[in-house]
Design a protein around this ligand. Structure first.
Ligand SMILES: Cc1ncc(C[n+]2csc(CCOP(=O)(O)OP(=O)(O)O)c2C)c(N)n1
Length: 85
């Protein structure tokens, strides 16, 4: 999904739920670097934006469902992974 689609969702009042699963990497590309490029990791760690602030900027309302999880802080990458920067 792109950010412009977030604007469309708000503009057209589309009832949609969005779940973000953030592993902190371009995971598939990183896996190729791990398996086929001798773990030479380049440009695959991702700095995530503040997704809650991003949603607010587009005018998203917070979830009305009491059972839905609240916005979570970005999680640290798994300890076994190496950040180059
Ligand atoms: C427009 C475009 N550019 C590049 C790619 C190549 N590509 C395939 S998977 C991937 C990384 C995806 O990372 P992420 O969305 O974080 O998912 P993850 O692999 O971590 O689950 C990229 C760059 C693509 N599929 N489409």
């Amino acid at each position: 999904m792109t950010m412009s689609e977030l604007a469309t969702i708000v503009q057209e009042k589309i009832n949609i739920k969005i779940a973000i699963i953030n592993n902190g990497y371009l995971g598939m590309v990183r896996q190729w670097q791990e398996f086929f490029y001798d773990k030479r990791y380049v440009a695959t760690p991702l700095v995530a934006p503040d997704f809650a602030a991003l949603a607010n900027a587009f005018g998203f309302a917070e979830s009305a469902s009491p059972s839905a999880p609240k916005w979570c802080p970005p999680s640290a990458p798994p300890a076994s992974r190496t950040r180059l920067s």
